[in-house]
Design a protein around this ligand. Structure first.
Ligand code: OVV
Length: 404
């Protein structure tokens, strides 16, 4: 008799825990500590997948795109065995050589030139949003009023999609990131609605929906030049709409939570606004808005004394790597004096987040605008987590600020 479960190697540590359970998603750090301690690679018995939680192991796997492929999907589903629910991303769910043309197009579209143009606009937009929020009062839900409001105000305009229907963006992304995990309560909850969100998102990727001057138009211009085919262009636009909204919302939520709970850091940042960039990366390190991605082994791999057969799913814990004490001093501390670069919150290697400079500009613009107007920040209630199979997120963050 044959089974599709991987052969159990006697030397490999195993775990019966479920990293996608409500309990672990609500508070993943204790699980991640156990995962790192258990070994370099741990077999998750429930899912028949191998997990890695240590910094060096995760980093090495991210860099080894030949041994750990993405084109079988970066969720738990193996695209070679099951049809994915949407056509695969040309960036995220692709390997070289197919990956490379879309990647270099997006690198240029989201590159320094575009950012130089956007920076003064987004800085002004951030000032406007902060003024509007503070005009309403000094107590607000920082998730709705800031973390969601700012990316939704600037990013869809920068892509160049129509104004109507943008309420589909967050639920689309939320379900997409849930769908990288197993078909648990979160996926079941989102599944009945994904058809309409997905249909709307796909429609906005068409050439005739996209207004001139933005990222979307630049992607279509690349297709006109022959750098992409006309079939590829809408899927590359879809990547922006998939990866560019929820991620930045939760990254901004992470920074806001960090500064609200670290008054000393806020004081330092007000005294030296150039620290906003470190604050952003330190929050990404600590909270890793994207907690996990899978890869698939292309061949038999020996790792930490374990034998991983070819064609197995590997679950990489980016957040765990970012708080591995083997790499970071006092890893669970938010610390503006450390150098957080080298964290794997944006991944590493050929798939490293191509939109990270856009995300950083959004967050830094908002934090800087807030620092100009606000002397101190405090939480006025316990913030509530939003659970997602992949994302580390807040649903509600009751906040009070004191004006400068
Ligand atoms: C990094 C990322 C997350 C989600 C979706 C995509 C990319 C995409 O390319 O569709």
């Amino acid at each position: 008799m044959t089974t599709s479960t991987p052969v159990l190697d006697t030397t490999i540590p195993t775990s019966n825990e479920d990293p996608f359970s409500q309990e672990v998603l609500a508070d993943p750090l204790p699980f991640q500590r156990r995962l790192r301690e258990a070994g370099e690679v741990v077999l998750l018995e429930r899912y028949g997948v191998f997990a890695m939680g240590r910094y060096e192991t995760v980093r090495a796997a991210l860099l080894d795109w030949q041994g750990f492929e993405s084109s079988a999907g970066v969720g738990i589903t193996d695209f070679r065995k099951e049809t994915p629910w949407r056509p695969p991303s040309l960036l995220l769910e692709a390997d070289p050589p197919h990956h490379d043309a879309p990647r270099s197009v997006l690198e240029r579209v989201l590159g320094p030139r575009a950012l130089r143009e956007l920076a003064p606009r987004w800085e002004a937009d951030a000032d406007d949003l902060i003024d509007e929020v503070l005009a309403q009062g000094i107590e607000f839900d920082a998730v709705e009023s800031l973390a969601e409001a700012f990316p939704l105000r600037v990013f869809p305009d920068a892509v160049g999609i129509p104004a109507d229907g943008r309420e589909h963006l967050l639920p689309y992304g939320d379900h997409l990131f849930n769908s990288f995990g197993p078909e648990n309560f979160l996926v079941q909850h989102g599944a009945p609605h994904i058809g309409e969100h997905s249909a709307w998102v796909n429609e906005q990727c068409a050439r005739d929906r996209i207004s001139p001057g933005g990222f979307g138009a630049a992607i279509w211009a690349a297709a006109d030049r022959g750098d992409l085919t006309a079939d590829q262009a809408p899927l590359v636009v879809r990547s922006l709409l998939s990866a560019g909204v929820d991620t930045t919302v939760h990254a901004i939520g992470a920074v806001l939570h960090a500064v609200a709970t670290h008054p000393d850091a806020w004081a330092e940042l007000r005294a030296d606004p150039s620290l906003a960039r470190v604050a952003f990366d330190e929050a990404i390190r600590l909270e890793a808005p994207v907690q996990t991605f899978f890869r698939t082994t292309t061949r038999d791999i020996e790792l930490g004394g374990a034998h991983i057969p070819a064609r197995n799913k590997i679950l990489m814990f980016l957040g765990s790597a970012n708080s591995d004490p083997r790499r970071w001093t006092d890893p669970e501390r938010f610390d503006l004096s450390r150098d957080p670069s080298g964290h794997v919150g944006f991944g590493m290697g050929i798939h490293q987040c191509v939109g990270q400079h856009v995300a950083r500009l959004e967050a830094v613009s908002l934090i800087t605008a807030l620092a100009r107007r606000v002397e101190s920040i405090q939480l006025i209630g316990t913030p509530e987590r939003h659970l997602n199979n992949t994302l580390r997120a807040w649903k509600r963050m009751p906040m009070r600020v004191e004006l400068a």
